[in-house]
Ligand binder design. Sequence first.
Ligand SMILES: Nc1nc2c(c(=O)[nH]1)N[C@H]1C(S)=C(S)[C@@H](COP(=O)(O)OP(=O)(O)OC[C@H]3O[C@@H](n4cnc5c(N)ncnc54)[C@H](O)[C@@H]3O)O[C@H]1N2
Ligand code: MOO
Length: 400
Amino acid sequence: MTGIELEQAAALITGALAPLGTQTLPVPDALGYTLDADVTAPLDQPPFDRSPLDGYALRAADIASASRERPVRLRVVETVYAGGVPLLPLTAGAAARIMTGAMLPAGCDCVLRQEDTDQGDPVVSIYKPLRPYENYVNLGEDYRSGTVLLPAGTRLDAAAVGLLSSAGVCQVPVRRRPRVFVLSTGDEVVYPHVHPLPPGKIYGSNLNLLLARLSELGIPETGGEHAGDDPQAVAEAMERLLGCCDALITTGGVSVGDKDIFHQALPLLGAETVFWRLNVKPGTPALYSTRRGKPILSLSGNPFAAAATFELLARPMLCALSGEERLLPQRRSARLDTAFSKASPCRRFLRGRWQDGRVSLPEGHSSGQLASLVGCNCLVDLPAGTGPLEPGRLVEVLLL
Ligand SMILES: Nc1nc2c(c(=O)[nH]1)N[C@H]1C(S)=C(S)[C@@H](COP(=O)(O)OP(=O)(O)OC[C@H]3O[C@@H](n4cnc5c(N)ncnc54)[C@H](O)[C@@H]3O)O[C@H]1N2
Ligand code: MOO
């Protein structure tokens, strides 16, 4: 298929992909991941009745008449520290010295803070009455054993990581994120260790840009390499990389030039082309194929085209593979703060800076320019047939 609309292209990619399933991660590493099953509490939290104060565990009935003028005197029978266990049940006329977080002795029904006593030992004077169960934390106050702590579909934030830890849960089932490799191509592209830059060559930006973007999106297992313009070598590199990833993203070599080698490399690889060329600028020559069901997204070599079509096509692909909706860019309306002088006969995406419903455009819009992309946080989506734009115009943006 060639010359298709963006939404059709995204649907062709996502329609044939299914979530990769579940992986089990240690709780601290699962931050940001999405639970793939309910997690139920294996215990009550707190697991025992406990004191919320440093003071005295006692029986409310014993101190009903207590005041500073007429203190009630109780025998201090033991001291219980957090982490310890009371040895004696509390009987009438007795109190236990107790610390915050310590297990309450059987028989007590309240805790008086030490500031309302004389802190005497072995006899303490009590200056204040309490109601039964005042300052008394019940077992299971936070949650009871067997309740669903976090339902499937929850994205784990710091509080969720803490909650799981409080329940003694070490590992959780989460939606598996894809392993993604990036292959950049082109005989003109060299990397910063080549110095000085030979004539006719450029330093490659796309490999590191795409890997950095994957990392920003929380895709942990990525890797990448560069290949030249030999179709056979590129096909071999793709074959090797596909053996250890769930999706391959390539950049460069997809247009119509003599060295746009993917048109030869993909048949050599035995990949099936699903579509080539979008009715979108930049990134028109994007090409999508699969090899034994594994997705291969081949983006233009122009840096901004690669960056933009990554947002438009790779993110739906990553969402379909992981089942994580958060990977889709959010759409918003915004007022343009900057003019844009060109007409857009074809649907066009511009880089922009969005804030509080307004969007400004940097200088430098061509798909080969990267400097102006720094600090941008959205793509402005201009429908085909849009004329030049004046400030104040309402536009749609995709947040990156
Ligand atoms: N006759 C035509 N020529 C072109 C057409 C067309 O329709 N007819 N389409 C143009 C459009 S639009 C684009 S976009 C580019 C896309 O070309 P490719 O995707 O095949 O990419 P390359 O030719 O390999 O590279 C384009 C450009 O980007 C530079 N590049 C490549 N890789 C990297 C990298 N890793 N880091 C930084 N820069 C890179 C490369 O040197 C080129 O300057 O085709 C137009 N031509
Ligand atoms: O589709 Mo290309 O990125 O506009 O120059």
